[in-house]
Design a protein around this ligand. Sequence first.
Ligand SMILES: C[S@@+](CC[C@H](N)C(=O)[O-])C[C@H]1O[C@@H](n2cnc3c(N)ncnc32)[C@H](O)[C@@H]1O
Length: 287
Amino acid sequence: MTTDCDIFAHYGRADLLARLNAALREDGVDPDHPGMEVLAPYDHFHGRGLEATREMADLISAGASDHVLDVGSGIGGPARYVASRFGCRVTGIDLTPEFCDVARHLTRLLGLDDRVDFHAGDALAMPFADASFDGAYSMNVSMNVADKAAFYREIRRVLKPGAWLALSEVAKGPGGDVEYPTPWAASARTSFLSTPEETRQGLLDAGFEVLRLHSSLEEALVFGARSRATVERGGKPPHRAAMLIHGEVAPDAMRNTARGLKDGRIVPIEVLARVPAGLRQPAGHAG
Ligand SMILES: C[S@@+](CC[C@H](N)C(=O)[O-])C[C@H]1O[C@@H](n2cnc3c(N)ncnc32)[C@H](O)[C@@H]1O
């Protein structure tokens, strides 16, 4: 059985902040005074990094008075981006305590700690009251979650009627078994991919309306080709979060991802869903 410890072991690194600071110095950046742009190659830990976060934010309709939930917030790049772009409040929750520590540190340095906070905890049992949030998003987290029904139900529980949910995830494609390691899992033991249709059905079963489900495979292939070309010209890749977090395992993980996209073993998807306005929790729903 997978335990939370398997997930910590995959993501957690006691020396994460030291490694980030060293990488920033190498980029010519003072780690005590980083800007949001210079952190972006490191703190958006999902396929296509900041580019994908921007596209997710283009889909949502957050207002300045909203309180938004980031499920599986990592080291906080997406939360800080969303808070800055919309002027809203963002609360992140993540299973990996080291990520929450680094997320809080970076948020303080960027002066956003009055509006962006992080909790160490499990997305399947969040310490938030029912109907607390105006919207939620989750970027590349569900691949680590075996019980997707419980995941969607728990997000649904903490959202207000009419609230939106944006999901980015790596879905299972028709091209065969995934090769490991990947950026989200060292082995099949902590990897739980759904097909796009299973994701749609899971959200419907949890009481969401699905407004949009889009494959971003083309965008991922173009981004990958552009990154490889930059590296061949001697530049740094635009997205360096996997290197930061996984170190020596990262090249294999990224190669498996690139091959998986090309062979159709995996397909990145972006989903926009909504809690129907004015509806109560579905019958039998944990309150
Ligand atoms: C690939 S990282 C993405 C981080 C962040 N969403 C981002 O895009 O920068 C996946 C994250 O999901 C978190 N995670 C996995 N399972 C979780 C769970 N059950 N509850 C909360 N966080 C979880 C991991 O700790 C990790 O930070």
